[in-house]
Write a protein that binds this ligand. Structure first.
Ligand code: PHE
Length: 529
């Protein structure tokens, strides 16, 4: 039955009713589901004051499936009783009946039956009475007929305990005529059209009121991946600490910047096919700062700056090979080289302008005389958070690509103590306060330290990053002034993200198996600093 039809039938019922009608009664009379009447009430209410409806809730007793069965076939005990012939029935057989178990004990306590345990051939059940009165069935029939009042509460609760009866709460509307009651429904307009205005017909029309409570359609908008949310937080920490972001927008690097400039020897196992992705097209890079390249070649093959070097035949062919960068430290190397060049250039400019000017009168005072061509180095704090690639065997915690977070500080006289201090500050902002350092090895740092933090959940120390002080063999060929040291550290973005978002398998975070709903529903990231 269509809703509009039901609504009109409901109005008809209401017209002839003295005071009002109950929606449950109407549903029964019209033999429709109660929800249909509820729908009709709602739509009539939206039309204005046609009706008024008041919500009610009442409790009533209802037969369960088993109760219904009892009405049709009698109680279990009665069924057991009926199954026993005059000459009795072996107990084992009686127990096999569907009502056997429950019926047997009830019939026993009603004293309808008895057991002859000594009977030859095993215990046998006999009737003890000629006839029985199945009061359980009778009571249920009364309740079903709607004369539940005749059954007292205690008995009803007894039947409830036997799961034959259930008490259900019924919600209904008590519907009465509204101030503008009518039995016909005029459809309300939902739009005020230009035609209605032109013809003036709007004056006679009834308009559907706006529903300001209605939920709007959810906007289809973009969602940030958890990695990007955590990246934002890390970026915030670096910015708070006065760091500047490095431009890391190049996934491809030459081996020169990724390895050679970092004093990583050409035979180093990390430079192998097994660890690094090599590009086939374009397979090689062609442009390098020549002077610097020569210095790098020299420090690898012959040494210098107080170092013996590696003493091997350094080959340009190896340095030219294009690869997918294996760490963002390649970008740090470029940045430090550029920084050194800038300060050398500035020093040169200064000398040139000085030479062009007439010699100034010597002023008094004992100020330290700075050699005019000594590069003036400005301390820097750099960071980056970007993607790197490694030819890894994939598993639950490793992918062939991940994001690296890197911090670099360059200043005169920085020590390992400064590195530890800055790491403490950085990790405290992440909510990690218990730190330990373990000596490690990197070709480009000396000393090097792995960073461990105490994981309260796992109750053990877990590695969270790697760090060190860049070697003179890396910095001096670049032109970084002697006396300037550079401390740096790196960690992955995936690890803290997986911990933060409770993801155990990296393949649920990155790649084609990612559940987009996870991305849509993920809350914003707050690091507990
Ligand atoms: N480049 C190192 C890595 O890939 C991290 C690191 C950065 C270590 C800076 C020391 C200094 O693991």
């Amino acid at each position: 039955m269509a809703d509009a039809g039901v609504a009109e039938l409901l109005l008809k019922k209401l017209e002839s009713a003295d005071s009002g009608v109950d929606s449950q009664d109407v549903a029964r009379d019209l033999s429709v589901d109660h929800q249909v009447i509820v729908g009709a009430v709602k739509s009539l209410q939206s039309l204005g004051d046609l009706i008024s409806a008041e919500q009610r809730s009442s409790k009533h007793w209802e037969l369960t499936g088993e109760g219904q069965e009892t009405v049709e076939q009698g109680s279990h005990e009665a069924r057991v009783f009926k199954a026993i012939p005059d000459d009795g029935l072996p107990q084992s057989e009686l127990m096999k009946l569907p009502s056997g178990k429950v019926g047997f004990s009830k019939a026993m306590s009603n004293k309808w039956i008895r057991v002859d345990k000594a009977h030859e051939g095993g215990p046998r059940i006999f009737r003890m009475v000629e006839t029985i009165e199945d009061s359980v069935q009778e009571k249920l029939v009364q309740i079903q007929k709607g004369i539940a009042d005749e059954v007292d509460e205690k008995e009803k609760n007894e039947l409830k305990k036997r799961k034959l009866l259930a008490e259900v709460t019924v919600k209904s509307y008590f519907i009465t005529k509204g101030p503008s009651f009518s039995t016909t429904i005029t459809k309300q307009e939902t739009d005020l059209t230009p035609e209605m205005i032109a013809s003036g017909s709007w004056k006679e029309k009834s308009f559907k009121p706006y529903n300001f409570e209605a939920l709007g359609v959810t906007l289809d908008c973009g969602h940030l991946h958890p990695l990007m949310k955590v990246r934002t937080q890390f970026r915030q920490i670096f910015l708070e600490m006065g760091f500047t972001e490095m431009p890391t927008n190049n996934y491809i690097e030459s081996s020169f910047w990724n390895f050679d400039s970092l004093f990583q020897p050409q035979q180093h196992p990390a430079r192998d096919q097994h660890d690094t992705f090599f590009l086939s097209d374009p397979a090689v890079a062609t442009e390098f700062p020549q002077d610097y390249l020569e210095r790098v070649k020299k420090v690898h093959s012959e040494g210098g700056y107080g170092s013996q070097g590696y003493k091997y035949d350094w080959k340009i062919e190896e340095a030219k090979k294009n690869i997918l960068r294996t760490h963002t430290t390649a970008v740090s190397a470029r940045m430090l080289y550029n920084l050194a060049q800038k300060c050398i250039q500035e020093a040169k400019n200064k000398v040139e302008t000085k030479e062009g000017q007439p010699k100034k009168q010597k002023r008094g005072g004992k100020r330290r005389k700075k050699r005019s061509n000594e590069p003036k180095f400005t301390p820097v704090k750099y960071f980056s958070i970007d993607r790197v690639f490694r030819n890894e065997t994939l598993d639950a915690t490793h992918l062939a690509e991940f994001h690296q977070i890197e911090g670099v500080v360059a200043d005169y006289g920085l020590t390992l103590g400064d590195l530890m201090g800055v790491l403490h500050q950085f990790f405290t902002k992440l909510g990690i306060t218990k730190l330990r350092f373990k000596p490690a090895y990197n070709p480009y740092t000396e000393p090097s330290m792995e960073i461990f933090s105490y994981h309260e959940g796992l109750k053990k120390w877990v590695e969270v990053g790697n760090s060190g002080v860049f070697r003179p063999e890396m910095l001096l060929p670049m032109g970084i002034p002697e006396g300037v040291s550079v401390i740096a550290w790196g960690l992955s973005l995936e690890r803290p993200t997986m911990i933060k978002y409770g993801i155990n398998n990296i393949r649920e975070l990155v790649g084609h198996k990612v559940n987009l709903q996870m991305v849509y529903d993920g809350p914003i990231c707050r690091l507990d600093s």
